[in-house]
Design a protein around this ligand. Structure first.
Ligand code: AKG
Length: 259
C-alpha cells in the first residue's frame, strides 16, 4: 500500500493522514482476539507491561466484563514476543507507507495497545509523542490503528492540524514519568479535528503533532494498536536516555551509535 501524492502532501502539511482499510477485517480480528487473550489472562505477557485504568484502583470497583479494565499494553517486547503483534509492526502496507515518509532504513520505537475500556476508559491529555523520546531527528511517525469503530463518544483521536510545525512544546509529568501532557496551554474545540475511524483504518501522525483522546463514555471498547517508527540513523540527544526506550530493526540497514 502506497500513500497517494495527496495523502503524502497532507501528512507534510497537516502532520497527519488517515488511510482507510490498511488492515483487513481478518487481520483486525486476529489482533482483537489476541488482545482479549491477554486481557482475560488466557495468555500472560512476559516482555511487555500492562496498566489498568485508574478507576480500577478505587475501593469497590467492579468491571462487569470478562478480564481486566486494561488501559494499555506497552513495550517493543510486544512485537518481540507475540507473533500477531509482530505481523502488525511488519505489515507490508504500514511499512511501505512509513518508508515513503521516513526513507528505507526503519526501526520500531514503540509498540502499544490502547484499549479504552467501556465506561472507565480515561482521557489521554494533549501531548506530542516527541516529548517522550530524547532523539534526533525529531520526526518519527506514529501509526495509530483503530481496532474498533472509534467515535467521539468512545474516544477517537483528536488532532491539532498543522501544529507539528510549532516545534516541541513544554510538557509536564502527571502521575508518573511516562504520563505527560502539554503544560499550561491547552487546545480548544476550535483548534482540533476529531478523527472518527473504522476498524483497520490507520492514522499516520507526525511525532510533533499535538493530540488528545476523550474518556470512553460508551458501552463499547475503543481499542487501538500503536506502532511508531524512526529513521535507523536516529540518535539520542542525551548521554543518559530513559532506560525504557527500546528499539527493533524493521527494514533496511542499522547504524552504529544509533538508538
Ligand atoms: O489511544 C489513545 O487513547 C491515545 C494514544 C496516544 O495518544 C498515545 O499513547 O500517545
Amino acid at each position: 500500500m502506497s500513500l497517494t501524492d495527496e495523502q503524502f502532501e497532507q501528512y507534510q502539511r497537516e502532520g497527519y493522514v488517515v488511510v482507510e482499510n490498511v488492515l483487513t477485517a481478518d487481520e483486525v480480528e486476529r489482533v482483537r482476539r489476541r488482545l482479549d487473550d491477554y486481557v482475560t489472562g488466557e495468555r500472560e505477557e512476559r516482555q511487555f507491561g500492562r496498566m489498568l485504568e485508574p478507576a480500577a484502583e478505587e475501593d469497590g470497583f467492579e468491571f462487569d466484563r470478562p478480564g481486566d479494565p486494561v488501559r494499555k499494553f506497552e513495550g517493543v517486547g510486544m512485537v518481540r514476543e507475540d507473533d500477531v503483534f509482530r505481523e502488525v509492526a511488519f505489515h507490508d502496507g504500514v511499512v511501505e507507507a512509513v518508508t515513503q515518509l521516513q526513507g528505507p532504513n526503519l526501526k520500531l520505537l514503540r509498540s502499544a495497545a490502547m484499549l479504552k475500556p467501556p465506561g472507565v476508559g480515561s482521557e489521554k491529555k494533549f501531548h506530542q509523542d516527541a516529548a517522550y523520546y530524547p532523539i534526533r531527528p525529531m520526526d518519527h511517525v506514529t501509526v495509530w490503528i483503530a481496532l474498533d469503530e472509534a467515535t467521539t463518544e468512545n474516544g477517537c483521536m483528536q488532532v491539532v492540524p498543522a501544529a507539528h510545525t510549532d516545534g516541541l512544546l513544554r510538557h509536564e509529568e502527571l502521575e508518573y514519568e511516562t504520563d505527560i501532557a502539554l503544560a499550561g496551554s491547552d487546545y480548544g474545540e476550535r483548534d482540533t479535528v476529531a478523527l472518527p475511524m473504522g476498524p483497520g483504518d490507520a492514522l499516520f501522525q507526525h511525532c510533533l503533532l499535538p493530540h488528545y483522546t476523550a474518556p470512553n463514555e460508551s458501552e463499547r471498547w475503543r481499542r487501538a494498536f500503536i506502532v511508531a517508527y524512526m529513521r535507523a540513523r536516529s540518535r539520542f540527544t542525551t548521554e543518559d536516555p530513559p532506560e525504557w526506550v527500546d528499539s527493533l530493526r524493521v527494514t533496511g540497514e542499522e547504524f552504529p551509535g544509533c538508538v
